[in-house]
Design a protein around this ligand. Structure first.
Ligand code: ADE
Length: 247
């Protein structure tokens, strides 16, 4: 999968994503991540890419033309079927809140363009012309779209086959089945007088799986009860949960 990030701060994005799992996936050519500096497409001699908003008001706006030129140059490089335009995400607190389901949907794309805003925003006309999806990473305001773009690239990348060591782990972690992950333990068997739950040492695979699902359900009920509505619990699991919570 190929990510193309349109930004005024390419080093920020590449430093963040060039390390750890995404960095290794780039080395293995499972992913490509490129940051395109919008300033390279400035059309005046000062290389400025911002200007005052018509009608007045605080702050500066990113101008339409440098973003559009950066996008056009990208489109000529991308391998897209004839007549097909890439999906272009504009990161903004006004967008739809990013979810695991959205990550799964974006992971189906071969090419994904992310546009990072800065200053007080972007000239609306270029957004109308190129953006297909408006995405927020939560109800708070950041100084720019770079961190949100990095969050999206990270969440989408780990769904690309081969990026995680173990393909099973992407499937079974938090939010799959709308349940949170069960508690996990590693060596030693006892730490600070706390013992690993004996069932995990029993070697009985079916019982371990049953215990883990119970723990996931209890944890979700306590920490994220809103998720339980979508989780498909059996009658018996609902009964057991009610019993556990009343104890
Ligand atoms: N830009 C600034 N704040 C943002 C947010 N919460 N999500 C996405 N883009 C943003």
């Amino acid at each position: 999968m190929n990510f193309h990030i349109l930004t005024l701060f390419p080093e920020m994005v590449m430093n963040g994503l060039g390390t750890s799992i995404t960095g290794r996936a780039m080395e293995k050519e499972l992913l490509s991540i490129e940051a395109i500096n919008i300033r390279d497409y400035a059309f005046n001699k000062h290389h400025s890419v911002d200007d005052y908003p018509y009608g007045g008001g605080a702050g500066m706006l990113m101008q339409a033309e440098p973003i559009y030129q950066a996008y056009k140059s990208l489109c000529t490089k991308m391998k897209l079927p004839e007549g097909k335009r890439p999906r272009v995400v504009y990161l903004s607190p006004q967008g739809d809140t990013f979810t695991q389901t959205m990550a799964e949907d974006f992971a189906k794309e071969e090419e994904l363009v992310l546009l990072c805003g800065h200053y007080e925003g972007v000239d609306e006309r270029v957004l109308e012309e190129i953006v297909t999806d408006y995405v927020s990473i939560g109800d708070y305001v950041l100084t720019g779209g770079e961190l949100p773009a990095m969050v999206m690239v990270d969440a989408i990348s780990r769904l690309v086959p081969g990026v995680l060591h173990n393909d099973v782990s992407a499937e079974f972690e938090s939010f799959q089945d709308h349940l949170l992950e069960y508690p996990q333990y590693s060596r030693p068997e006892e730490w600070h007088e706390k013992k690993v739950p004996p069932i995990l040492l029993s070697g009985h695979h079916a019982n371990v799986e049953k215990w883990r699902r119970e723990q996931s359900i209890i944890r979700t009920a306590l920490r994220r009860p809103d998720l339980l509505e979508k989780a498909e619990l059996t009658e018996e699991e609902w009964e057991n949960l009610k019993k556990t919570l009343s104890e």
